[in-house]
Design a protein around this ligand. Structure first.
Ligand SMILES: NC(=O)c1ccc[n+]([C@@H]2O[C@H](COP(=O)([O-])OP(=O)(O)OC[C@H]3O[C@@H](n4cnc5c(N)ncnc54)[C@H](O)[C@@H]3O)[C@@H](O)[C@H]2O)c1
Length: 343
């Protein structure tokens, strides 16, 4: 089995690549190693993956390039790929207010190039990362894929929702099997340094105050990274190309599926956690109290998230396996070790 994985040096991509390599799946990995956050972490992840491939006697071929440049994809003309997993993107909600262009380059242009690659390969399944942020400020909680999700609150969410719409057009026109996954705040060891878990832990260790927006009145559906890996792995195993004849009408009112081979799924934990409880768990895990700075609601932020995961349960028997207590504990253990090397 051959997989093309973009964003392999990233937090989720790293964990997913590890799983593929352990299962002896050949991985063609792409990442531009950009400096959105400490590049040393990305390089370290790639080093580990190369070592793992050697140990498991399987292929891990790493390409350092930007997915927004279409000429970079010529290399794959002659490689038969079973699945393309696109995780490369400009992530981060708040940063989209600061550097909007990087979201259009990576998430829109880059995604178009991925769709074009899938179109060339045709019988390949394309699995790509979307986000819970597409639900915007919807109060229709828990978030259900049937929600039209047409009111994104920042450009990040707008680009990810656009990916789903772009994917539908390619599924409809060319019969490409596309699966969009709306991740709900993913966390775990090797987490992104710009995410709250990491910044909280870092500030606590450095005796700096942690910023708590909306006075801590947030609820998040936190998803442990292994549950994401399990889901993508299962989907790569069970997804098969099916012949699809273009239809003049779309026989569904469900915006997350269509008669074309197109699906969108939520992946969450289905057990939303209060932000203050989460902070409490981090303090416990690090064995240190945080200095707390309470602030007002931030523009573009989403107050509460909660995933309805029934659709994914039906498809792959999804069952979140890690509680927030255990998940934060394992992050803290990793962080304390990592922090010594990267501070
Ligand atoms: N972590 C979460 O909580 C979360 C939540 C919702 C959605 N997502 C989505 O999941 C995916 C993975 O997220 P992550 O947390 O691992 O982020 P990450 O930033 O750690 O990983 C993304 C990787 O993509 C690479 N990349 C970015 N632009 C690129 C480009 N133009 N060409 C090639 N490589 C590029 C980056 O260098 C990085 O290594 C992203 O699409 C993100 O939007 C993540």
């Amino acid at each position: 089995m051959k997989i093309l994985l973009t964003g392999a040096a990233g937090f989720i991509g790293f964990h997913l690549a590890k799983k593929f390599l352990k299962e002896k799946i050949q991985v063609y990995a792409i990442d531009n190693l950009n400096n959105y956050y400490d590049v040393r972490i990305k390089k370290q992840r790639i080093k580990i993956l190369k070592r793992l491939a050697k140990e498991n006697k399987t292929l891990f071929k790493f390409y350092k390039f930007d997915i927004s440049k279409k000429e970079n994809f010529k290399k794959f003309d002659k490689i038969k790929l079973n699945t393309i997993v696109n995780l490369a993107a400009q992530a981060g909600v708040r940063y989209s207010l600061i550097n909007p262009h990087s979201y259009i380059d990576s998430n829109i242009l880059g995604f178009l190039n991925i769709l074009e690659l899938a179109r060339k390969k045709r019988k390949t399944t394309l699995i790509y990362a979307s986000t819970s942020s597409v639900y915007g400020g919807s109060t229709d909680i828990p978030f259900n894929e049937r929600n039209n999700a047409v009111h994104p609150l920042q450009l990040y969410a707008a680009t990810k929702r656009s990916n789903e719409l772009m994917a539908h057009s390619y599924s409809y026109l060319y019969g490409i099997n596309t699966i969009g996954l709306r991740f709900f705040t993913v966390y775990g060891p090797w987490s992104r340094p710009d995410m709250s878990l990491y910044t909280f832990a870092k500030n606590i260790m450095q005796n700096k105050p942690i910023k708590i927006f909306n006075n801590g009145d947030h609820i998040r559906d936190f998803t442990y990274v292994d549950d994401i890996v399990f889901s993508i792995f299962r989907l790569t195993k069970i997804s098969k190309f099916r012949e699809y004849k273009i239809e003049k009408t779309i026989k569904t009112s469900d915006p997350s599926s269509s008669s074309a081979p197109f699906e969108v799924y939520n992946i969450g934990n289905d057990r939303p956690t209060k932000l203050m409880y989460y902070i409490n768990l981090i303090e416990k895990g690090l064995g240190k109290k945080a200095k707390k700075k309470y602030l007002s609601f931030q523009k573009g932020d989403i107050k509460n998230t909660h995933a309805n995961v029934k659709k994914l349960i039906k498809k792959i028997k999804y069952k979140p396996s890690t509680s927030i207590e255990l998940g934060v504990k394992s992050f803290c253990e990793w962080f304390l070790d990592h922090y010594k090397k990267f501070k």
